[in-house]
Design a protein around this ligand. Structure first.
Ligand code: C5P
Length: 399
């Protein structure tokens, strides 16, 4: 049952819009409160009257209420909802969402929504398979939107293939599971480190590395989705994450990252250290930009703090510490050495020799070595799936 759940339903211009009427009916039957927003092109397929009658709320399709001339506040709708379900989501609306365009009420509500967003696409098979659509769906998932996959079968065009919107019954079952399934990390506090660190040489230059932060952000997101309260300590990155259960601490250097981690760690149940922390920093930072000369420049480097080793030393009974090892040679032996030296419970090994694994890629191929429980190798997967594999491994041995 979805008793009392506030569902904002977005309906876009797809022939599957007629199924959205049945979806409203099912949601209301489950005692959910439903409000409907339609895109202008959805009006070509179904009428607001259908939705307002079924939901017992006005179905909105523009920024201005036609009868009163007042404003339909997209901000209020986004704050009101427990979940924003966009079903059917057309290729066009998906593309607009991925680009952050907001030229209608549904898109503006999407941009201002703080609740989970669930997308149920519906389109012809070639539109769905198009790399543009696939990239847009990937982007939206990386931004913590949920996807209810399409079904295969007969399409409105008469063609057969993938692209049918999930049936309304499937969408209701998905929501039921989403709201009621026991989350693996409910009540847990988790620290995640991500990205590179930058070690300043002078006011304009630094020593950095190729870490994108994607893996750490995927782990933070997966932990939050599984009910954890997450502190994400990240070096400079282009990654973004908006989740009510994630607090982001943006840092620059290894020293900054260490200070935040050392302060937060005592209160944590879990720490996953996926940051590519610099091992060395310039011994001194020049106050002014270093001028070039004809001769070579010699920089003296000193060690940065080993955050993982420091946390490993103060780790208490019950705390779980997970590290990463990105290796280019003697992968297994090096990873096992780090597992011991840093007092990790698990180490996630990824090799730069594996195609599709490591820095900047949307995918990763890992092996998880447990301190007490052997090791498991996983095939190449998206970083979101890899994050879930890591969490599954932690929860099955520390549940
Ligand atoms: O020693 P190495 O850098 O290969 O160890 C990798 C693991 O240790 C990763 O989990 C990384 O986040 C962590 N680490 C750290 N502080 C450092 C160096 C590495 O927390 N200074």
């Amino acid at each position: 049952m979805l008793t009392g759940k506030k569902i904002l339903l977005g309906v876009t211009g797809s022939i599957a819009a007629y199924k959205a009427a049945h979806l409203v009916r099912l949601l209301v039957k489950q005692s959910a409160e439903v409000k409907v927003i339609m895109t202008p092109s959805a009006l070509d397929f179904v009428t607001p009257l259908t939705f307002s009658t079924l939901s017992k709320n006005p179905a909105l399709s523009s920024f201005q209420a036609t009868d009163t001339g007042t404003w339909n506040s997209h901000v209020e709708l986004g704050l009101w909802a427990d979940a924003f379900v966009i079903a059917p989501a057309s290729a066009n609306t998906i593309a607009h969402m991925a680009q952050g365009l907001c030229d209608n009420l549904l898109l503006a509500s999407y941009l201002s929504a703080r609740c989970p967003v669930i997308i149920a696409p519906a389109m012809d098979l070639d539109m769905l398979a198009h790399p543009a659509t696939q990239t847009n769906l990937q982007t939206l998932q990386e931004r913590s939107n949920h996807l209810i996959h399409t079904n295969k079968g007969e399409l409105a065009s008469g063609l057969h293939g993938d692209g049918r919107m999930a049936e309304p019954e499937e969408i209701v079952a998905w929501l039921d599971q989403f709201f009621h399934s026991k989350k693996k990390f409910s009540g847990k506090k988790a620290l995640v480190t991500a990205g590179p660190t930058y070690e300043a040489i002078d006011p304009v230059r630094f020593i950095g590395n190729n870490s994108s932060g994607k893996m750490g952000f995927a782990i933070a997101n997966a932990l939050a989705e599984q009910g954890a309260q997450v502190d994400l300590v990240t070096g400079p990155t282009h990654e973004r994450l908006h989740h009510p259960s994630v607090t982001i601490h943006a840092v620059v250097s290894a020293d900054d990252m260490r200070d935040v981690c050392v302060k937060l760690f005592p209160a944590m149940d879990i720490a996953v250290l996926s940051a590519a922390v610099a091992d060395y920093k310039p011994a001194t930072k020049a106050d002014q930009k270093i001028k070039k000369t004809d001769g070579p420049l010699v920089l003296e480097l000193t060690r940065t703090p080993d955050i993982a080793a420091e946390l490993g030393k103060v780790k208490k009974q019950g705390q779980v510490l997970v590290g990463f090892a990105l290796e280019t040679e003697n992968e297994r032996a090096n990873a096992e050495k780090k597992l011991e030296a840093k007092n990790f419970d698990f180490i996630v090994l990824n090799s730069l020799n594996d195609h599709g694994a490591g820095f900047g890629t949307p995918t990763n191929k890992i092996e998880i070595i447990s301190r007490h429980n052997g090791s498991t190798k996983f095939p190449l997967k998206s970083k979101a799936e890899v994050a879930n594999d890591i969490l599954q491994t932690i929860s099955s041995s520390h549940g």
